[in-house]
Design a binder for this molecule. Structure first.
Ligand SMILES: Cc1cc2nc3c(=O)[nH]c(=O)nc-3n(C[C@H](O)[C@H](O)[C@H](O)COP(=O)(O)O)c2cc1C
Length: 281
């Protein structure tokens, strides 16, 4: 009896000691090295203390989000996966300054795309969304195509220069995800359910947007910077020919992603009172 009580006490003391150590490590990690805190190298090589802290917090506290960590604390994928859904939603931003660094592997990116396609909802479970992922040289090629098709459409040399500069900013990234919708599925639903025929094209747009948002947020939770572009329809045919994409698929948006090379711009907010209305609370 005494032996069992002794063992229980020892486990309890050990647990408290581990949690205390982890808190200390986290505190040291965040307060003593503020310059290193900001550096990519530090975040990649010394995530252990913070990771241990978060894991223990998960085990010892019922509400993980009661200790919100800053965006910088999530720049490694180990930590990003511990980010709560609403934290990820709140920290997603448009990053125009991006580079060719990737905080996670191509396989992990592909897994995120697969999970998005499998689990994001679609109207009547139509599953009309299609994603084409372009990495590295293929990504560069896509943005070269955009410059190529856009140039002859621009009215002045000045606009050619500024547009080329802007597009080269996207090309500076690591990859691009092309979001398509398959119109065959939309027309199939229209035939099957004529009552909603006029709504299906709109719901197809909604479906695509949901996929775009999930991947945008998921990639940023993993440490990427992303921005959303719309060079459709001018680039569609060229891209569809190059990557053997069925010509009838409709390109809806391009999500560019890369390492973060700068901060997002200021964002103004219209007051919530003009945008949210609650009744019956
Ligand atoms: C439906 C939609 C379309 C957008 N289209 C573009 C676009 O074509 N080019 C661009 O640079 N940004 C585009 N954006 C990004 C918005 O300008 C940006 O999300 C908005 O200003 C809010 O900033 P934030 O993303 O940093 O929160 C788009 C965003 C959404 C939601």
């Amino acid at each position: 009896m005494h032996n069992r009580l002794g063992s229980l006490l020892a486990i309890l003391v050990l647990t408290v000691a581990i949690v205390y150590q982890a808190n200390m490590a986290q505190s040291l990690y965040r307060t003593c090295v503020p310059t290193l805190w900001q550096s990519q190298i530090f975040n990649r090589t010394v995530p252990l203390a913070s990771s241990l802290y978060s894991n223990l917090k998960c085990i010892t506290s019922s509400s993980h989000s009661s200790q919100p960590l800053t965006r910088k604390a999530f720049s490694s994928s180990t930590m990003a996966s511990q980010k709560s859904f609403m934290d990820a939603v709140k920290t997603r931003r448009t990053y125009y300054a991006i580079n060719k660094q990737a905080p996670i592997s191509d396989d992990k990116i592909e897994e995120l795309v697969n999970d998005t396609i499998l689990h994001v909802p679609s109207s009547f479970n139509s599953q009309s969304a299609r994603a084409v992922v372009l990495f590295k040289d293929e990504h560069d090629k896509f943005w070269d195509f955009v410059i190529e098709v856009l140039k002859p459409m621009l009215p002045s040399e000045e606009q050619v220069k500024s547009s080329t500069q802007r597009i080269n900013g996207f090309r500076a990234g690591y990859g691009t995800i092309l979001f398509f919708e398959d119109p065959k599925i939309v027309t199939g639903l229209q035939t099957k359910m004529p009552l909603y025929a006029d709504k299906f094209p709109q719901w197809s747009e909604h479906t695509s947007a949901m996929h775009q948002f999930v991947l945008w947020t998921a990639l940023e939770a993993e440490g990427f910077g992303c921005n959303l572009q719309h060079y459709n329809p001018i680039v569609d045919q060229k891209a569809q020919t190059e990557w053997n994409i069925p010509q009838e698929w409709q390109l809806k948006a391009q999500l560019v992603f890369g390492g973060r090379a700068g901060e997002p711009g200021e964002k103004s907010q219209t007051p919530l009172e003009q945008r949210v209305f609650v009744h019956g609370k």
